[in-house]
Write a new protein. Structure first.
Length: 375
Protein backbone atom coordinates (compact mmCIF):
# COMPACT_ATOMS: atom_id res chain seq x y z
CA UNK A 1 0.00 0.00 0.00
CA UNK A 2 1.20 3.50 -0.87
CA UNK A 3 2.84 5.58 1.86
CA UNK A 4 1.04 8.90 2.28
CA UNK A 5 2.50 12.35 2.89
CA UNK A 6 -0.85 13.14 4.46
CA UNK A 7 -0.06 10.55 7.16
CA UNK A 8 3.58 11.45 7.65
CA UNK A 9 4.94 8.67 5.48
CA UNK A 10 2.72 5.97 6.94
CA UNK A 11 0.46 3.80 4.84
CA UNK A 12 -3.23 3.99 5.63
CA UNK A 13 -3.08 0.45 7.03
CA UNK A 14 -0.18 1.40 9.33
CA UNK A 15 -2.02 4.47 10.55
CA UNK A 16 -5.19 2.52 11.28
CA UNK A 17 -3.24 -0.21 13.07
CA UNK A 18 -1.00 2.00 15.22
CA UNK A 19 -2.80 5.33 15.72
CA UNK A 20 -6.50 5.36 14.80
CA UNK A 21 -8.56 5.46 18.01
CA UNK A 22 -5.35 4.84 19.99
CA UNK A 23 -2.85 7.71 20.19
CA UNK A 24 -2.04 11.14 18.69
CA UNK A 25 0.09 11.70 15.62
CA UNK A 26 1.85 14.96 14.72
CA UNK A 27 2.49 15.26 10.99
CA UNK A 28 4.75 18.05 9.81
CA UNK A 29 3.87 19.24 6.29
CA UNK A 30 1.12 16.71 5.79
CA UNK A 31 0.15 18.91 2.83
CA UNK A 32 3.31 20.84 1.84
CA UNK A 33 2.71 24.46 0.91
CA UNK A 34 -0.94 24.32 1.91
CA UNK A 35 -2.87 27.58 1.69
CA UNK A 36 -6.49 28.32 2.70
CA UNK A 37 -9.10 27.11 0.24
CA UNK A 38 -11.45 29.92 1.28
CA UNK A 39 -10.46 33.48 2.03
CA UNK A 40 -11.31 35.10 5.33
CA UNK A 41 -14.11 37.11 3.71
CA UNK A 42 -15.55 34.04 1.99
CA UNK A 43 -15.63 32.23 5.33
CA UNK A 44 -17.37 35.18 7.00
CA UNK A 45 -19.90 35.22 4.17
CA UNK A 46 -20.67 31.53 4.78
CA UNK A 47 -21.19 32.27 8.49
CA UNK A 48 -23.91 34.75 7.49
CA UNK A 49 -26.01 32.12 5.71
CA UNK A 50 -29.09 30.43 7.16
CA UNK A 51 -28.13 27.02 5.76
CA UNK A 52 -24.69 26.99 7.40
CA UNK A 53 -23.99 26.10 11.04
CA UNK A 54 -21.68 28.60 12.72
CA UNK A 55 -20.69 29.63 16.24
CA UNK A 56 -18.82 32.59 17.67
CA UNK A 57 -16.70 31.97 20.78
CA UNK A 58 -15.30 34.78 22.92
CA UNK A 59 -13.49 34.81 26.24
CA UNK A 60 -13.38 38.08 28.17
CA UNK A 61 -12.17 38.30 31.74
CA UNK A 62 -12.16 34.50 31.92
CA UNK A 63 -15.83 34.37 31.00
CA UNK A 64 -16.71 32.20 28.01
CA UNK A 65 -19.50 33.23 25.68
CA UNK A 66 -20.92 31.34 22.69
CA UNK A 67 -23.36 32.66 20.09
CA UNK A 68 -24.90 30.73 17.21
CA UNK A 69 -25.11 32.09 13.66
CA UNK A 70 -25.98 33.26 11.16
CA UNK A 71 -23.87 36.38 11.76
CA UNK A 72 -24.38 39.64 9.90
CA UNK A 73 -20.98 40.74 11.15
CA UNK A 74 -18.14 39.44 13.28
CA UNK A 75 -16.06 41.27 15.91
CA UNK A 76 -13.30 43.64 14.71
CA UNK A 77 -10.23 41.86 13.37
CA UNK A 78 -8.14 43.98 15.73
CA UNK A 79 -9.95 42.47 18.71
CA UNK A 80 -8.04 39.57 20.23
CA UNK A 81 -9.35 36.33 21.61
CA UNK A 82 -12.35 35.42 19.48
CA UNK A 83 -13.01 32.37 17.33
CA UNK A 84 -15.49 31.72 14.54
CA UNK A 85 -16.40 28.07 13.89
CA UNK A 86 -18.03 27.27 10.56
CA UNK A 87 -19.34 23.71 10.31
CA UNK A 88 -19.77 21.55 7.21
CA UNK A 89 -17.84 23.79 4.83
CA UNK A 90 -17.34 20.75 2.57
CA UNK A 91 -21.06 20.96 1.72
CA UNK A 92 -20.62 24.38 0.15
CA UNK A 93 -17.28 24.35 -1.68
CA UNK A 94 -15.84 21.86 -4.17
CA UNK A 95 -12.20 22.35 -3.14
CA UNK A 96 -13.01 21.83 0.54
CA UNK A 97 -15.04 18.73 -0.30
CA UNK A 98 -12.12 17.41 -2.36
CA UNK A 99 -9.76 17.97 0.58
CA UNK A 100 -12.07 16.06 2.93
CA UNK A 101 -12.26 13.19 0.45
CA UNK A 102 -8.48 12.75 0.79
CA UNK A 103 -9.36 11.08 4.10
CA UNK A 104 -11.32 8.36 2.29
CA UNK A 105 -9.14 5.70 3.91
CA UNK A 106 -11.77 6.10 6.63
CA UNK A 107 -15.19 4.77 5.45
CA UNK A 108 -17.89 7.23 4.38
CA UNK A 109 -20.06 5.84 7.18
CA UNK A 110 -17.65 7.49 9.65
CA UNK A 111 -16.56 10.60 7.77
CA UNK A 112 -18.63 13.55 9.01
CA UNK A 113 -17.55 17.00 7.86
CA UNK A 114 -14.85 19.63 7.61
CA UNK A 115 -15.11 22.56 10.00
CA UNK A 116 -13.06 25.73 9.62
CA UNK A 117 -11.98 27.59 12.73
CA UNK A 118 -10.94 31.21 12.27
CA UNK A 119 -9.31 32.95 15.23
CA UNK A 120 -7.67 36.24 15.99
CA UNK A 121 -4.56 36.25 18.19
CA UNK A 122 -5.01 34.28 21.46
CA UNK A 123 -8.37 32.97 20.22
CA UNK A 124 -9.47 29.44 21.07
CA UNK A 125 -12.29 27.37 22.53
CA UNK A 126 -10.58 26.31 25.75
CA UNK A 127 -9.26 22.97 26.93
CA UNK A 128 -11.72 20.27 25.91
CA UNK A 129 -12.08 16.80 24.45
CA UNK A 130 -14.06 15.46 21.50
CA UNK A 131 -16.07 12.26 21.44
CA UNK A 132 -14.76 11.45 17.97
CA UNK A 133 -11.48 11.22 16.05
CA UNK A 134 -10.27 14.45 14.47
CA UNK A 135 -7.51 15.67 12.14
CA UNK A 136 -6.48 19.29 12.77
CA UNK A 137 -4.89 20.77 9.66
CA UNK A 138 -3.32 24.21 9.94
CA UNK A 139 -4.33 26.34 6.94
CA UNK A 140 -3.13 29.85 7.85
CA UNK A 141 -1.09 31.38 10.64
CA UNK A 142 0.07 29.40 13.66
CA UNK A 143 -1.75 27.59 16.43
CA UNK A 144 -0.26 26.15 19.60
CA UNK A 145 -1.70 22.84 20.69
CA UNK A 146 -1.34 21.45 24.18
CA UNK A 147 -2.56 17.89 24.58
CA UNK A 148 -2.96 15.33 27.36
CA UNK A 149 -4.00 11.71 27.80
CA UNK A 150 -5.52 12.57 31.18
CA UNK A 151 -8.48 10.54 32.38
CA UNK A 152 -9.97 13.37 34.45
CA UNK A 153 -12.58 14.77 32.07
CA UNK A 154 -14.51 16.83 34.64
CA UNK A 155 -16.08 19.90 33.05
CA UNK A 156 -16.43 23.46 34.29
CA UNK A 157 -19.92 23.95 35.70
CA UNK A 158 -22.17 26.45 33.97
CA UNK A 159 -19.88 27.17 31.00
CA UNK A 160 -21.58 27.42 27.55
CA UNK A 161 -18.81 25.18 26.21
CA UNK A 162 -17.51 21.84 27.45
CA UNK A 163 -14.37 23.23 29.12
CA UNK A 164 -12.15 20.88 31.10
CA UNK A 165 -11.89 21.89 34.73
CA UNK A 166 -8.51 20.34 35.49
CA UNK A 167 -6.51 20.38 32.26
CA UNK A 168 -2.94 19.14 32.71
CA UNK A 169 -1.05 19.37 29.39
CA UNK A 170 1.62 16.75 28.72
CA UNK A 171 2.85 17.77 25.23
CA UNK A 172 2.93 21.01 23.27
CA UNK A 173 3.25 21.71 19.53
CA UNK A 174 3.00 24.80 17.35
CA UNK A 175 1.55 24.07 13.92
CA UNK A 176 2.34 26.08 10.79
CA UNK A 177 0.40 25.93 7.49
CA UNK A 178 0.44 22.38 6.13
CA UNK A 179 1.10 20.77 9.53
CA UNK A 180 -1.54 18.44 10.94
CA UNK A 181 -2.34 16.84 14.29
CA UNK A 182 -4.45 13.70 14.67
CA UNK A 183 -6.22 13.11 17.98
CA UNK A 184 -8.25 10.05 19.03
CA UNK A 185 -11.54 10.38 20.94
CA UNK A 186 -11.51 11.81 24.48
CA UNK A 187 -7.94 13.08 24.18
CA UNK A 188 -7.74 16.40 26.04
CA UNK A 189 -6.48 19.32 23.97
CA UNK A 190 -6.33 23.10 23.87
CA UNK A 191 -5.60 25.16 20.77
CA UNK A 192 -4.51 28.80 20.99
CA UNK A 193 -4.00 31.10 18.00
CA UNK A 194 -0.50 32.60 18.03
CA UNK A 195 -1.57 35.07 15.34
CA UNK A 196 -4.51 35.36 12.97
CA UNK A 197 -5.07 31.76 11.94
CA UNK A 198 -7.34 29.23 10.33
CA UNK A 199 -7.51 25.55 11.25
CA UNK A 200 -9.38 22.91 9.28
CA UNK A 201 -10.90 20.15 11.42
CA UNK A 202 -11.79 16.92 9.67
CA UNK A 203 -14.21 15.20 12.04
CA UNK A 204 -15.66 11.71 12.14
CA UNK A 205 -19.14 10.57 13.04
CA UNK A 206 -19.51 8.60 16.29
CA UNK A 207 -23.16 8.40 17.36
CA UNK A 208 -23.86 7.18 20.87
CA UNK A 209 -25.48 3.77 21.23
CA UNK A 210 -28.32 5.51 23.07
CA UNK A 211 -28.90 7.73 20.03
CA UNK A 212 -28.77 4.72 17.71
CA UNK A 213 -31.11 2.71 19.92
CA UNK A 214 -33.72 5.44 20.09
CA UNK A 215 -33.57 6.05 16.35
CA UNK A 216 -33.77 2.31 15.59
CA UNK A 217 -36.83 1.75 17.76
CA UNK A 218 -38.52 4.77 16.22
CA UNK A 219 -37.77 3.42 12.73
CA UNK A 220 -39.35 0.07 13.60
CA UNK A 221 -42.68 1.44 14.84
CA UNK A 222 -44.49 0.77 11.56
CA UNK A 223 -43.12 -2.78 11.25
CA UNK A 224 -44.00 -4.10 14.71
CA UNK A 225 -46.88 -6.59 14.53
CA UNK A 226 -48.23 -7.92 17.83
CA UNK A 227 -51.73 -9.33 17.25
CA UNK A 228 -54.25 -9.88 19.98
CA UNK A 229 -55.24 -7.92 23.05
CA UNK A 230 -54.46 -8.38 26.73
CA UNK A 231 -56.85 -10.87 28.36
CA UNK A 232 -56.96 -12.72 31.70
CA UNK A 233 -59.69 -15.32 31.75
CA UNK A 234 -57.86 -16.95 34.66
CA UNK A 235 -57.97 -13.77 36.76
CA UNK A 236 -57.82 -14.43 40.50
CA UNK A 237 -59.12 -12.25 43.30
CA UNK A 238 -56.29 -9.79 44.09
CA UNK A 239 -54.80 -9.54 47.55
CA UNK A 240 -53.91 -5.89 46.91
CA UNK A 241 -56.07 -4.19 44.31
CA UNK A 242 -53.42 -1.59 43.32
CA UNK A 243 -50.57 -4.09 42.88
CA UNK A 244 -49.34 -5.20 39.43
CA UNK A 245 -49.65 -8.96 39.57
CA UNK A 246 -47.02 -11.50 38.59
CA UNK A 247 -49.49 -12.98 36.13
CA UNK A 248 -49.97 -9.65 34.29
CA UNK A 249 -46.24 -8.95 34.21
CA UNK A 250 -45.50 -12.43 32.88
CA UNK A 251 -48.22 -12.31 30.21
CA UNK A 252 -47.19 -8.87 28.88
CA UNK A 253 -43.49 -9.79 28.97
CA UNK A 254 -44.17 -12.94 26.97
CA UNK A 255 -45.98 -11.02 24.23
CA UNK A 256 -43.50 -8.13 24.00
CA UNK A 257 -40.59 -10.57 23.90
CA UNK A 258 -42.02 -11.86 20.63
CA UNK A 259 -40.56 -8.78 18.93
CA UNK A 260 -37.46 -9.86 17.03
CA UNK A 261 -35.19 -7.73 14.88
CA UNK A 262 -33.27 -9.30 12.03
CA UNK A 263 -29.91 -8.46 10.47
CA UNK A 264 -31.85 -7.06 7.52
CA UNK A 265 -33.78 -4.74 9.85
CA UNK A 266 -30.48 -3.49 11.23
CA UNK A 267 -29.03 -3.05 7.74
CA UNK A 268 -31.98 -1.01 6.50
CA UNK A 269 -32.02 1.15 9.61
CA UNK A 270 -28.28 1.82 9.61
CA UNK A 271 -28.13 2.61 5.89
CA UNK A 272 -31.04 5.03 6.05
CA UNK A 273 -29.87 6.57 9.33
CA UNK A 274 -26.28 7.15 8.22
CA UNK A 275 -27.27 8.54 4.82
CA UNK A 276 -29.97 10.86 6.17
CA UNK A 277 -29.01 14.52 5.55
CA UNK A 278 -28.68 16.71 8.62
CA UNK A 279 -31.68 18.85 9.47
CA UNK A 280 -30.27 22.10 8.08
CA UNK A 281 -29.26 20.62 4.71
CA UNK A 282 -31.44 21.16 1.67
CA UNK A 283 -30.83 20.45 -2.01
CA UNK A 284 -31.08 22.91 -4.86
CA UNK A 285 -32.98 21.64 -7.89
CA UNK A 286 -31.36 22.52 -11.24
CA UNK A 287 -32.46 25.75 -12.85
CA UNK A 288 -33.52 23.83 -15.95
CA UNK A 289 -35.51 20.62 -15.44
CA UNK A 290 -34.42 18.20 -18.15
CA UNK A 291 -36.71 15.62 -19.66
CA UNK A 292 -35.72 12.02 -19.05
CA UNK A 293 -34.61 11.68 -22.67
CA UNK A 294 -32.45 14.81 -22.64
CA UNK A 295 -30.96 13.93 -19.25
CA UNK A 296 -30.11 10.46 -20.53
CA UNK A 297 -28.38 11.90 -23.60
CA UNK A 298 -26.26 14.34 -21.60
CA UNK A 299 -25.45 11.87 -18.81
CA UNK A 300 -24.27 9.23 -21.28
CA UNK A 301 -22.04 11.81 -22.94
CA UNK A 302 -20.61 13.69 -19.94
CA UNK A 303 -21.15 11.38 -16.98
CA UNK A 304 -22.63 12.27 -13.58
CA UNK A 305 -21.41 13.11 -10.08
CA UNK A 306 -23.10 13.15 -6.71
CA UNK A 307 -23.89 16.45 -5.05
CA UNK A 308 -21.49 17.43 -2.26
CA UNK A 309 -24.46 17.12 0.10
CA UNK A 310 -25.46 13.62 -0.99
CA UNK A 311 -24.53 10.61 1.11
CA UNK A 312 -24.75 7.31 -0.76
CA UNK A 313 -23.97 3.96 0.86
CA UNK A 314 -24.46 0.30 0.03
CA UNK A 315 -24.66 -3.09 1.72
CA UNK A 316 -25.26 -6.41 -0.06
CA UNK A 317 -28.16 -5.79 -2.48
CA UNK A 318 -29.25 -2.55 -0.82
CA UNK A 319 -28.50 0.98 -1.96
CA UNK A 320 -29.01 3.90 0.43
CA UNK A 321 -29.12 7.52 -0.65
CA UNK A 322 -30.11 10.54 1.46
CA UNK A 323 -32.17 8.53 3.93
CA UNK A 324 -33.94 6.34 1.37
CA UNK A 325 -33.27 2.70 0.47
CA UNK A 326 -34.07 0.17 -2.22
CA UNK A 327 -32.95 -3.29 -3.29
CA UNK A 328 -31.29 -3.96 -6.65
CA UNK A 329 -29.35 -6.75 -8.27
CA UNK A 330 -27.17 -7.71 -11.22
CA UNK A 331 -25.53 -5.01 -13.31
CA UNK A 332 -27.73 -2.32 -11.73
CA UNK A 333 -26.19 -3.09 -8.35
CA UNK A 334 -22.70 -2.95 -9.82
CA UNK A 335 -23.31 0.46 -11.41
CA UNK A 336 -24.89 2.00 -8.31
CA UNK A 337 -22.17 0.57 -6.07
CA UNK A 338 -19.55 2.25 -8.24
CA UNK A 339 -21.49 5.52 -8.00
CA UNK A 340 -21.62 5.22 -4.20
CA UNK A 341 -17.90 4.47 -3.85
CA UNK A 342 -16.51 6.79 -6.52
CA UNK A 343 -19.24 9.45 -6.16
CA UNK A 344 -19.28 9.70 -9.95
CA UNK A 345 -19.98 7.67 -13.08
CA UNK A 346 -18.35 8.03 -16.47
CA UNK A 347 -20.63 8.42 -19.47
CA UNK A 348 -19.75 4.95 -20.73
CA UNK A 349 -20.91 3.46 -17.42
CA UNK A 350 -24.13 5.47 -17.50
CA UNK A 351 -24.75 4.10 -21.00
CA UNK A 352 -24.88 0.56 -19.63
CA UNK A 353 -27.49 1.40 -16.99
CA UNK A 354 -30.95 -0.14 -17.20
CA UNK A 355 -34.08 1.93 -17.76
CA UNK A 356 -34.91 1.58 -14.04
CA UNK A 357 -31.53 3.00 -13.02
CA UNK A 358 -31.80 5.79 -15.59
CA UNK A 359 -35.19 6.71 -14.17
CA UNK A 360 -33.72 6.84 -10.66
CA UNK A 361 -30.76 8.94 -11.84
CA UNK A 362 -33.11 11.32 -13.60
CA UNK A 363 -35.20 11.72 -10.44
CA UNK A 364 -32.09 12.33 -8.33
CA UNK A 365 -30.95 14.95 -10.83
CA UNK A 366 -34.32 16.73 -10.64
CA UNK A 367 -34.05 16.71 -6.84
CA UNK A 368 -30.50 18.10 -6.88
CA UNK A 369 -28.97 14.91 -5.47
CA UNK A 370 -26.62 14.54 -8.43
CA UNK A 371 -25.36 16.68 -11.31
CA UNK A 372 -24.09 16.26 -14.82
CA UNK A 373 -20.31 16.37 -14.82
CA UNK A 374 -20.21 19.29 -17.18
CA UNK A 375 -22.24 21.47 -14.79
Amino acid sequence: MKKMTLLGGLTAAEFLRDYWHKKPLLIRQAIPGFTPLLSRDELFELAGRDDVESRLITNEKRQWKMDSGPFEQVPPLTQKNWTLLVQGVNLHDDAVDELMRQFSFIPDTRLDDLMISYATKTGGVGAHFDSYDVFLLQAHGHRRWRISAQTDLTLVDGAPLKILKNFQPEEEFTLAPGDMLYLPPQYAHEGTAMDECMTYSIGFRAPSYQELGEAFLESMIDTIDLPGRYADADLKLPKNRAEISNAMLSRVSTELNKMRFTQEDMTLFLGEYLSEPKAHIYFDAPDVQLTKTRFSQLAKKAGIKLSRKTQMLHRNNYIFINGTSFEVGGSDLEILTILANDRALAGTMVSSASSDVMEALHTWHKDGWLHLKST
